[in-house]
Design a binder for this molecule. Structure first.
Ligand code: FAD
Length: 337
C-alpha cells in the first residue's frame, strides 16, 4: 500500500472525546480520519435534548452540540466516516497500525490511533426487553425519558446509585407510582441516597420490593405498549404480574471494547487501561479518551478533556516514538497501567 494511504491518526468513535481530539490533531495539520460504527456521528449525547453542564452554554441540546462539533472538525479538515465499526486493531512490525472495519470489509492504516468508542447501557436480556426498547417503553435514562411518564406507573430496576437517584427523580417529577425492584436484600447505593429513598417513598408513592428480579416484559396485543411485567421474588420463587406503563433499567454501562481484547490492556470490567497522565495504552502509538477509559468520569467535559490530552501526547509521540517505552515501562508511581 502506498505511503499516502497511511493516515497520521485514526480516531475510533465520533463522540465528544473523538471530536475534541480531532479538533486538536487537525489544527496541528495531522491527517485525521474519524470512524464511527453508527449511522450518525455524535455518540451518547445525541440522546439528550438538555445539557446544562457544558461550559459556555446555559443549556444546549446534545444534537445541536454535536452538529457544531462535527462542523468544527470538518472545517479543519477531519473526515468522518460513519457505518464503519472497528473490529480489530493491530500493530505491524514497522509500527504502522491497522484498523480493520466491519469484520474485514476494509482496513485503514495509521501512524497513531485514539480509541474513543465510549460505552453503552447494560441490558438485562429478559424476554420483551429488546422489543419494548424499540417501542420506547423500556429506557435506560431517566433524564432522557422521564417526561414521557407523567402520571404513569413505571418499574425501575437496579440497586446502585443511579437506580436509587433516578427512582427518586422520576417519582418526584413525573410518575403517579414508581415500583423499584432490586435482586438483593440491600441496595448497593450510598447510604445517604437509600435513606432519602425511604424518606420520600410515602410522599411520592414509591414501592420498594426486595429481593426481586424482572423476569419478562409482556407487550400488549398491538406490540406498541407494555401490557404488564412479570417480576419474581428470588427468595420464594413466587412471581407477580404488574401493570406498568414503562420500565427503566439501571444496570450500569458496558464499554465498547470487546473488539480490543488482546490488542490493548483492559481492566476486569473491559475499560481500557492507560497511563493516567499521558493516556497511552499498552500498545505503542495508541491512546484512549472518554467513557471507555478506566477511571473515566463519564461526562461530556471530561471526555472532551481526554480527547485534548491524547492529541497533545500524540504530538510528543510523533516527535519521539521511543519515549513511549521509557515512560510506560517506568510507570507513574503506580498510577500508570
Ligand atoms: C441520555 C444521556 C444524557 C447525558 N447527559 C449528559 C449531560 O447532561 N452532561 C454530561 O456531561 N454528560 C452527559 N452524558 C454523558 C456523556 O454523553 C458521555 O460522557 C459522553 O458522550 C462520552 O463521550 P465519548 O466520546 O467518550 O463516548 P460516546 O459519546 O459514547 O461516543 C462513542 C462513539 O464511538 C462509537 N463506537 C463505539 N464502538 C465503535 C467501534 N468499534 N467502531 C467505531 N465506532 C465505535 C459509537 O457509535 C459512538 O458514536 C449523558 C449520556 C446520556 C446517554
Amino acid at each position: 500500500m502506498p505511503e499516502s494511504e497511511i493516515h497520521d491518526v485514526i480516531i475510533i468513535g465520533a463522540g465528544p472525546a473523538g471530536f475534541a481530539a480531532a479538533l486538536y490533531t487537525t489544527r496541528d495539520r495531522y491527517d485525521t480520519l474519524i470512524l464511527d460504527k453508527a449511522g450518525l456521528p455524535g455518540g451518547q449525547i445525541l440522546l439528550t435534548e438538555r445539557v446544562e453542564n457544558y461550559p459556555g452554554y446555559e443549556v444546549v441540546s446534545g444534537p445541536d452540540l454535536i452538529a457544531q462539533m462535527t462542523k468544527q472538525v470538518e472545517n479543519f479538515g477531519a473526515s468522518v466516516t460513519v457505518g464503519a465499526e472497528a473490529t480489530a486493531l493491530r500493530r505491524r512490525d514497522d509500527g504502522v497500525l491497522e484498523v480493520e472495519v466491519n469484520g474485514g470489509e476494509k482496513t485503514y492504516l495509521a501512524r497513531a490511533a485514539i480509541l474513543c468508542p465510549g460505552s453503552d447501557y447494560r441490558s438485562l436480556g429478559v424476554p420483551g426487553e429488546a422489543e419494548m426498547r424499540q417501542a420506547t417503553r423500556v429506557s435506560y435514562c431517566a433524564t432522557c425519558d422521564g417526561a414521557f411518564y407523567r402520571d404513569k406507573h413505571v418499574l425501575t430496576v437496579g440497586g446502585g446509585n443511579t437506580a436509587v437517584e433516578d427512582t427518586i427523580y422520576l417519582a418526584e417529577r413525573f410518575t403517579k407510582k414508581t415500583t423499584l425492584i432490586h435482586r438483593r436484600t440491600e441496595f448497593r447505593a450510598q447510604k445517604v441516597l437509600v435513606e432519602e429513598l425511604y424518606d420520600k417513598a410515602g410522599e411520592h408513592n414509591i414501592e420498594i420490593k426486595l429481593p426481586y428480579v424482572l423476569e419478562q416484559i409482556v407487550p400488549d396485543a398491538a406490540g406498541g405498549d407494555i401490557d404488564h411485567v412479570v417480576i419474581k421474588n428470588v427468595q420464594t420463587g413466587d412471581t407477580e404480574d404488574l401493570k406498568v406503563d414503562g420500565v427503566f433499567i439501571f444496570a450500569g454501562m458496558v464499554p465498547n471494547t470487546n473488539w480490543l481484547a488482546g490488542a490493548v490492556e483492559l481492566d476486569d470490567a473491559g475499560y481500557i487501561r492507560c497511563n493516567r497522565q499521558t493516556l497511552q495504552t499498552s500498545l505503542p502509538g495508541v491512546f484512549v479518551a472518554g467513557d471507555c477509559r478506566a477511571g473515566a468520569a463519564m461526562q461530556l467535559v471530561t471526555a472532551c478533556a481526554d480527547g485534548v490530552v491524547t492529541a497533545m501526547m500524540l504530538k510528543q509521540y510523533f516527535r519521539d516514538p521511543s519515549a513511549w517505552k521509557a515512560e510506560t515501562a517506568e510507570g507513574l508511581g503506580g498510577v500508570g497501567w
